[in-house]
Design a protein around this ligand. Sequence first.
Ligand SMILES: [Mg+2]
Length: 386
Amino acid sequence: MRVIIHVDMDAFYASIEQRDNPVIRNRPVVVGADPAGGSGRGVVSAASYEARTFGIHSAMPISTAYKRCPHAVFLPVDTEKYCRVSSGIMALFHEYAPVVEAVSLDEAFLDVSGVQRLFSGAERIARTIKERILSEHRLTASVGIAPNKLLAKMASEFDKPDGFTVVPQERVQQFLDPLPVSALWGVGKKTDVRLAAMGVRTVRQLRAVPQQDLESIFGKNGGSLWNYARGLDDSPVEAGRQAKSISNEHTFARDETCPEVIADTILQLSEKVGFRLRNRRLTAKTITFKLRFEDFQTLVRAKTVDHPVSLSEDIYAAAVGIYGELNRERRPVRLIGVGVSHLGESGGGQMSFFSEERETREQLSLTIDEIKKRFGENAIRRGPRY
Ligand SMILES: [Mg+2]
């Protein structure tokens, strides 16, 4: 039998900001784009629990958040700071679990089956981790312990914030049955609506639907639904699994038409993505560019390169190339995004097929990264290249 711990930090970005600034503790805090007095056009990245009582949640337009609570404290996203805190917490997990899968900056699965064959042992580990996160980082986390990832994640979600929920094998069905189907993996809005139309709102009701019926309605996802309703999930905790992609986007305050401003924004986004990529010692084979016009028409195009890249200028070259093709008519631009995927580890050997000039540029890139790590991401900025 497996023993999996899922640790999920509570309102991570917002909690870090509240921790670092006593004045905003107990106040609604929204981390994300500039609300610009209600006319801001980006989104919410994180909302403190105080902000959530106003109906504010992440991924919501920042203008909606502002409408719901204009007196909230609105703060910009400080990715670099959150990364630093995250590294400390992830390091702590590795002290207790042989296999750790970081899902995002604030969330990880720990497989302790090898070291703790009983749930009581896992509970002790999880309690210690929670206490150390609180004493060493002054932050709270919610923890779930269960025989697989699906249930561990649902358990950590169950009693947020500062939760601690254990679901041993013999209580799996008792735990799942009363929950709404939307609590299950893979049940998004669409599936939820379709299930509701079938009169299925709880996991107990879902369990009564024959597997064949689910498969004929939802295809292969139907099979997963059938399994999840029974708490069945055999996906492994994968150590060192990296994010599959890295991206950054920017919403212009006004629809942008100036080619120089757009090019410079693509450059800054490429630099942000490149920094994150190199920081994790990764390279990318695919560069993705996202373009949203004033009428919200959104285009996404990807370009795959022959040799994996990590330099910001290589990302920029691909991104700006795609942009040129997508916007020949120079329509006003609302949003642009730059991303990379098909990530791989950057081996030391790959420098060899770079020319001497490339090596110099690589060196320059590393120096810039070093300055950013020491003085913050805004300490240095590439000049425009047009
Ligand atoms: Mg979280």
